[in-house]
Design a protein around this ligand. Structure first.
Ligand code: 5GP
Ligand code: MG
Length: 180
């Protein structure tokens, strides 16, 4: 295990997952997805910015024909306070009657993903599954199923491998955890 501490702006981070450990996690996810989607042609919808490295590494391990769309999600409370608006930026493909797999970097409280699910369901995909590299079960407040979880982690802030702190740290090949 690497021992070096990484400093980003005012914070220090300690090594948490090495590139080799991340690769093993993704191999395992790919094995499960390849088994479940054999003979299908799902549309992968990866959520920018955080999931860009994860999505790139995951798709290389998938063995069925698939398309990948990289999208951004902007979520905000609508004019009526109970209503949430979720806008999809960059989704060119129609997802109607498609088997859709959402590729996300991390599910924390689950609020972002619940808005996205609600929005995507309106377009009537044949099926809709979630694949998240990391999951923080202690923070999760929702009741939907996350079909593919790479690794459940404690409630600590992580950076690296696509995860940022204030825009920085995404390029680190490993994943680091905030040092207490
Ligand atoms: P949620 O809506 O599930 O609470 O939040 C999900 C989003 O919060 C993620 O897509 C990610 O952008 C951000 N997030 C949650 N936990 C972390 C973390 O530990 N590190 C980083 N860099 N972002 C996080
Ligand atoms: Mg995200």
């Amino acid at each position: 295990m690497e021992t070096e501490i990484v400093k980003i702006k005012d914070k220090e981070f300690k090594p948490y997952l090495t590139p080799a450990q991340i690769n093993d996690i993704i191999e395992d996810l790919a094995r499960r997805i390849n088994r479940d989607y054999a003979g299908k042609n799902p549309l992968l919808v990866a959520i920018l910015n955080g999931a860009f490295i994860f999505a790139a590494d995951l798709v290389k391990k998938l063995s069925f024909p698939c398309r990948i769309s990289l999208i951004k999600v902007s979520s905000y409370a609508g004019t009526e306070s109970t209503q949430n608006v979720c806008e999809l930026i960059g989704l060119q493909e129609s997802i109607k009657d498609e088997d859709v797999i959402i590729i996300e970097d991390i599910v924390d409280t689950g609020v972002t993903m619940s808005h996205l699910l609600e929005r995507l369901r309106k377009d009537q995909p044949r099926s809709l599954a979630i694949c998240s590299l990391l999951f923080k079960p202690e923070k999760f407040t929702k009741d939907y199923t996350i079909d593919y979880i790479g690794k459940s982690i404690p409630n600590e802030f992580v950076v690296g491998y696509g995860f940022d702190y204030d825009g920085y740290g995404r390029n680190l090949p490993g994943i680091y955890q905030l040092k207490d």
